[in-house]
Design a protein around this ligand. Structure first.
Ligand code: MF3
Ligand code: CO
Ligand code: CO
Length: 274
């Protein structure tokens, strides 16, 4: 989501909600389903597959499991997933475009199960990819992981952004500024914003029971992006490659719980290097 959109979101409560044990159980189920959906897509991400076919598979999977696709109809969006290929940063719209060998693609899915939102995205390699594309995917995954590892009661949202930004920039990559993670739960996009850059100690203090996403977008080139005339597709201005990884998490008494972990251990699908 863009930061402006989140600030204007109609369901936003403005207050950061603290959740109890039953809410954690709800998020576990929704998050697991989102992860299973992305597990299911792995063998289908092949050269020649059109992204709309992947969208259809995701939609059917979610509906077959008694859940709803959160993006379908969300602010006029007409698909179940976002598929963002190569220099597309986020919110790529599934279409009749076919994936090609060497592409890297982010697939972002949000399932609503029993009212709870599981929001999750991963990077997929289409056949063998260039070493620099693989490196970008690895840096992005590690950035998300370092952001999560900053989470514990008493730390702040700024600590998360600081951990991500300092790591990414040390790898000579850049962090996208225009989109952020977000609180979620019964609401798709809520407080707090999780900005993927920032100052230690800045932002909101983390407390047990907060639910939010961490979803850094990392570019091989500069961080600037623009949104295409379809109103959704965000691309890097310098056409450099971009990658993203997203988990939905809950703050616990001692740290955090990942709701969208793959029980099959497939979070980071093996990406072949050509
Ligand atoms: N899943 C995206 C996120 O991480 C939101 C996509 S909204 C859509 O927040 F409408 F583009 F699908
Ligand atoms: Co999200
Ligand atoms: Co998402």
């Amino acid at each position: 989501m863009s930061m402006t959109d989140i600030l204007e979101s109609e369901h936003r409560t403005g207050k950061i909600k603290l959740h109890g044990p039953e809410d954690f159980e709800g998020m576990r189920k929704a998050g697991r389903l989102a992860a299973e959906c992305l597990d299911m897509l792995i063998p289908h991400v092949q050269p020649g597959v059109v992204t709309d076919a992947l969208d259809r598979l995701a939609r059917e999977f979610i509906l077959d499991h008694g859940a709803l696709p959160a993006c379908l109809g969300y602010r006029g969006y007409t698909k179940t997933v976002c598929i963002s290929v190569n220099h597309v940063v986020c919110h790529g719209i599934p279409s009749e475009r076919a994936l090609r060998e060497g592409d890297i693609a982010n697939i972002d899915v949000t399932a609503i199960l029993d009212g709870w939102h599981g929001d999750h995205s991963r990077m997929y390699g289409v056949g063998p990819v260039a070493p620099r594309a693989k490196r970008l995917v690895d840096v992005t995954y590690e950035a998300m992981q370092r952001g999560m590892d900053a989470i514990k009661p008493g730390a702040t949202t700024g600590d998360i952004g600081y951990a991500i930004q300092t790591y990414v920039e040390a790898q000579r990559c850049s962090v996208v500024r225009d989109f952020c993670g977000h609180g979620l739960g019964r609401v798709f996009h809520d407080s707090p914003n999780i900005v993927h850059f920032g100052q230690r100690g800045g932002g909101e203090r983390l407390r047990p029971g907060m639910f939010f996403t961490i979803e850094p977008m990392v570019n091989l080139g500069k961080w600037q992006v623009k949104v295409l005339s379809d109103g959704w597709t965000a691309v890097t201005r310098d056409k450099s490659l971009s990658a993203q990884c997203e988990h939905s998490i809950g703050v616990t008494e001692t740290g955090y719980e990942v709701f969208t972990a793959s029980s099959a251990g497939l979070f980071q699908p093996p990406i072949l290097v050509g």
